[in-house]
Write a protein that binds this ligand. Sequence first.
Ligand SMILES: [Zn+2]
Ligand SMILES: [Zn+2]
Length: 274
Amino acid sequence: MTITMKVDYHLHTARCGHAAGTMADYVAAAAAGGLKEIGFADHFPLELLGYTPQEQVNMAPGELAAYIAEVQWWQKKAPLPVRLGAEVDFLPGREKITAAVLAAYDFDYLIGSVHFLGDWDFTHPAYQERFQEVNIDRLYEQYFALIQQLAQSRLFQVVGHLDVIKKFAYFPRADWSLLVEETCQILKAGEICVEVNTAGWYAPAGEVYPGLSLLRRCRQLGIPVTLGSDAHRPQDVGRDLERALQLLAELGFREIATFAGGQCRLQPLVLNRS
Ligand SMILES: [Zn+2]
Ligand SMILES: [Zn+2]
């Protein structure tokens, strides 16, 4: 079976300080893997949004111009379409500065993500013991409240790894179907695409982001989905995209969102049987 919509909009590079490989390496890996289109979405400098994290987990502010110039260079030279994106932390209370800062650039798309709860970088393995000190059900409510605000902010075209709060395999204990419902309704109203992020299969959680209950409700509500590997090394470009597309097709999705010039375009998720 050949799946033609292999697009990967979530690629990091060594520029963010915690990934490996140059853009050349990622482009070469994407071409070798038969990808249709890729987008770089390195971690946008938090300092430009007025936030200094405990640890440097994003591109340094001084790297941003060179990052954009290098993506633009590859847009001319690469053997496949390359889009300019960024993964931007949604920081509650900083929506205005975020909008003002982002308005200065011509990104093809922006992925909005939540990696911080207060000063806790809960996606960072070094701080995962804090999950044992909190009420997991309250934590999910807190996390998804931020996701809802992210969608309402209209700052981004895509919400990244929608349920990354499960990364270290701490799952809700109580029935959380109302939280799923409320969140999906707000994603729909916010006209934001949901990223199907294959890195979840390799995290301790062992599930794609987002998991099935969220994905099923997205499908029922007609929320568009796009794809990303969240590669932090060139060999992970396009990882499990076919598996993700297969899952999406089984769940009834018929289109994949692609991005250019800040606009989302839905393309058929074509499955050619051979
Ligand atoms: Zn990263
Ligand atoms: Zn992320």
